[in-house]
Design a protein around this ligand. Sequence first.
Ligand code: UDX
Length: 433
Amino acid sequence: MRMVVLGLGYLGATHAACMAELGHEVLGIEVVPEKRDQLARGEVPFYEPGLPDLLKRHIDSGKLTISDSYAQAVEFADVFFIAVGTPQKKGDYSADLQYVDAAVDELVPLLRRDALILGKSTVPVGTAQRLADKADELAKDVAVEIAWNPEFLREGFAVQDTLRPDRLVLGIFAGSRAEATVREIYEPIISVGAPFIVTDPQTAELVKTSANAFLATKISFINAIAEVCEAAGADVKAVADAIGYDARIGRRFLNAGLGFGGGCLPKDIRAFMARAGELGAAEALSFLREVDNVNMRRRTRIVELTRQVCGGALLGKRIAVLGAAFKPESDDVRDSPALNVAGQIQLQGASVTVYDPKAMDNSRKVFPTLDYAGSAIDACESADAVLVLTEWDEFVSLDARRLGSVVRSLNIIDGRNCLDRDAWETQGWNYRT
Ligand code: UDX
């Protein structure tokens, strides 16, 4: 089948390459010139394991073409995926839908044949209906259908999550014939057993926001328990392991530590609260405010721990921050807990040196005033405390003895509960977590 993917960020670029992998002919539209040119050369402008090979292969095979032209898009196909970003609005909690709206505004007036627009971006419930009304107004003698097909991919696992998803969800309006088209698109995935849930658009939109709200709640739950464990001298990792054996609870997403960040969970729970408020259901989601609060408290807690191990004040101290990406296997620093902590520590007068295996360029753009080192060992030179804030394998396997020979004081703060406490303590480190 021929199809167009509008917006080639983490979501769209992965989706476009994966649709080509399923055998479709795909035109990807990216309006930022540098990104468009890079992608057209078969280069991925961000770090995502497995994606560069896949993208390059399908650019070379001709199954995937990149352009910035909506005029070309409407010639190319009658099925359009919207995969543009929906960031948090500046100054309030709600989602900024300007890119989603712009895609529809630009696309629909150009359509000369009936078309199906499938939204993949995470949007507040009710958006599909609003866009459908808008498309009806903008369409010139053609039938334009809007449906929602939310994406659940995780960065770092984006290709595998797209090609082997836990489920596919499609939200269609009454009388729609989109189901057959969407089944055909995902046939290779459905035929190997992925559940395919067909529902109405508002339910599909809510599936996505509910899933992210649940995941965020699970993380904040264990982090709240971690606060109590710290106060009581208990071991939160053992609590998580033990409760995780209960199949109703499950061990995944119960890793206590610095909490969640990234381009999705933080802004999605906030947008969900904002939308519930607009719908008159604010009270129903008031617990999400606490989920957010617990999460933000983790960051100040690490700053506090750092101050403690540095003798009560950070002024003039040298702090090594290992990790800048919001999680391993990603170069994404959007709402990165690690960089937030680095920034807070710097504000309190310490000099902070950051190292991350993949996120250095992005970090420099967002936090140009921090110092950056070319390796973990260089970052730790003369440090009064070393903070591990993203659990990259490279940090999990750090040599405690070697690192001990370059620092000023043997203070290690494990912000992700990822290090082997015994290995560090045996080498004389003051290990805090
Ligand atoms: C998330 C959802 O998982 C995905 O389904 C959705 O489509 C987009 O949002 P992503 O943001 O890529 O994906 O990352 P995820 O793996 O969910 O991690 C989010 C954050 O939670 C990271 O900062 C991670 O470090 C943190 N986290 C995760 C924890 O602090 N503890 C855990 O146990 C798990």
